[in-house]
Design a protein around this ligand. Structure first.
Ligand SMILES: Nc1nc2c(ncn2[C@@H]2O[C@H](COP(=O)(O)OP(=O)(O)OP(=O)(O)O)[C@@H](O)[C@H]2O)c(=O)[nH]1
Length: 530
């Protein structure tokens, strides 16, 4: 009985274990089906998202999606999945090639545009940012969309626009009004700042202009920008008006003086004619008396009568001679007085002309100076480079050129404000000037860019001086908001070495070298080796 019971118990236990195993298996199958179904839905969604990526993949992927929607037989799916894996690998390779093509074409177009915009700081800056974006790691095709769009925009700015029809221009104006991009606003704003730094305003307007500059630096809105443009134009018009008034005053005063001198000369002329007539009358009188004396001598019969006659004539001649002498003296005095008067007035006008000339010279000097850094500006640079270039052509003395750019300058503005940015520009400008020789010419080319001309210097000689300048700038202890900041610059340099070199080509080579310095990690000097 006992053994029967024991067997019964064992059977029940085995049956229960079997039952448990069956339940676990059912649960496992259920979970498996759930997972497969979830995975299938996920794959189906992936397929939907990937639709249109590649024509050759679209068909098989759609078929797979349909199959996954019903309960798929994985064994039947296996060869199809194998084919798809193969297709996907091919697609991956194609994608890689397309990415390489995008990179190459973007680089090529950027390089081309750099040659076209070599004299436009805003566009060059934009191109440099695009090159930076191209160097970012892990770019996908999607990342290329904004890059290619920016390149397209820049291409549209090329001079082809000259041939546009009137309607096209009108159309452009319409779209500009409604969709002026933030980039465009920034570009116009930076160019305005550049232009503003090229004009020296009189003391009376300096405060207004400075306020406007500060406001401009923070402008992001089109309406704000328009208002500021208007304000700038008003200040410029006011100054032109004042300048015109002061030139008018000077011309009026010059006119008065000329009228005075003219009247003086007429007076001198009239009095000299009167004197001349009086002198002639006196001379005639003397001549008559001399003739009278001669007649008396000829007709004289009595010595006594002759003596009396001659005495009379001599006395008249003596009086006439005395009158003549006093007339001459008076004429001389009159002339001296009139001359002195004219001289005083001429001296006054000469003095006015001198101060006017000085003002004009000052204005010329100021129009060649950047008002923020007090360095020569781009106009001055162009004048000087033209001169040095002619000297190089004539005398074949060596000549080199460097373009320097502050690294990550935007961060200074963004993190510490534009006043800190302005101060940074001033300090770096001073250090550049201090680190270079008197005979070297450094200017603020625009924004945070400086250009240096090295007259009578071969390109091989500039590396050391540029590197020491770069080091000195890096050592400047900037402190913003209690933070110690180190600021570096990147420099590209090129020399006038080939007989056919012209200014644009050498500038372009120096600029290209600067791009390389930026792309290789900044804070370095790159010398053009071509
Ligand atoms: N404070 C101040 N900022 C200026 C002036 N002119 C230009 N800028 C700013 O200088 C910045 C230049 O920035 P980016 O062209 O992006 O170049 P970056 O930040 O120096 O970067 P990299 O050149 O690539 O190292 C822009 O934000 C301009 O607004 C100026 O006169 N004063």
């Amino acid at each position: 009985m006992d053994s029967k019971n024991t067997q019964q118990l064992e059977l029940e236990q085995i049956s229960k274990r079997l039952q448990d195993a069956l339940t676990a298996r059912t649960q496992l199958e259920y979970r498996y089906e759930q997972d497969v179904s979830q995975l299938s839905r996920f794959i189906a969604q992936l397929i939907t998202a990937g639709q249109g990526l590649d024509g050759q993949l679209d068909g098989p992927l759609m078929k797979l999606r349909q199959q996954l929607q019903s309960k798929p037989d994985l064994d039947l799916l296996a060869p199809q999945l194998k084919q798809l894996t193969h297709n996907l690998q091919a697609f991956g390779l194609k994608l890689k090639q397309q990415l390489r093509d995008c990179y190459d074409i973007s680089n090529e177009v950027t390089e081309y545009l750099r040659t076209k915009f070599s004299q436009q700081p805003q566009q060059r800056q934009q191109l440099r940012q695009l090159l930076d974006a191209l160097d970012s790691p892990n770019l996908t095709l999607l990342h290329y969309v904004p890059i290619l769009l920016s390149l397209l925009k820049l291409l549209q700015q090329l001079p082809v626009a000259k041939h546009k029809t009137a309607e096209a221009h009108a159309e452009d104006a319409g779209t500009t009004q409604t969709s002026m991009a933030a980039d465009d606003i920034r570009q116009i704003r930076d160019e305005l700042l550049n232009q503003l730094s090229m004009i020296e305003f009189p003391q009376a307007s300096a405060a207004d202009v400075n306020q406007l500059r500060q406001a401009l630096l923070q402008t992001e809105q089109r309406d704000q920008l328009l208002q500021q443009c208007l304000a700038i134009i008003r200040i410029i018009v006011k100054n032109i008006h004042q300048e015109r008034l002061s030139a008018q005053q000077f011309l009026l005063s010059l006119n008065d003086t000329l009228a005075l001198v003219h009247a003086g000369l007429a007076e001198v002329d009239q009095s000299s004619q009167q004197h001349h007539q009086a002198q002639r009358q006196l001379s005639e009188q003397i001549q008559n008396d001399v003739q009278g004396m001669s007649n008396s001598v000829e007709s004289a019969t009595q010595l006594q009568d002759l003596k009396r006659d001659i005495q009379q004539h001599v006395s008249i001649i003596a009086q006439a001679l005395q009158k003549k002498a006093s007339l001459e003296q008076q004429q001389q005095q009159d002339m001296q007085r009139q001359l002195a008067q004219m001289q005083t007035r001429l001296q006054e006008v000469e003095h006015e002309a001198d101060s006017y000339k000085k003002r004009l010279a000052e204005q010329k000097f100021k129009s060649l100076q950047d008002s923020l850094t007090r360095l020569p500006n781009r106009t001055a640079f162009e004048e000087r480079l033209e001169l040095e270039y002619k000297r190089w052509q004539r005398a074949k003395t060596p000549l080199a050129l460097a373009v320097a750019d502050i690294d990550h300058f935007k961060r200074i503005n963004d993190n510490y404000g534009h006043i800190a940015g302005d101060k940074t520009l001033q300090v770096i400008a001073n250090m550049l000037k201090k680190s270079l020789r008197e005979t070297d010419f450094v200017c603020r080319y625009g924004g945070e860019e400086f250009v240096i001309i090295f007259p009578q210097t071969a390109i091989a000689e500039v590396t050391a001086v540029l590197n020491s300048t770069r080091e000195r700038i890096k050592q400047i202890p900037f402190k913003f908001r209690q933070q110690d900041i180190r600021i570096s610059i990147s420099i590209g340099a090129a020399g006038f070495t080939r007989p056919q070199d012209d200014i644009a080509q050498v500038f372009e080579r120096a600029d290209k070298a600067l791009y390389r310095a930026k792309r290789q990690g900044r804070d370095q000097v790159v010398i053009d080796a071509s």
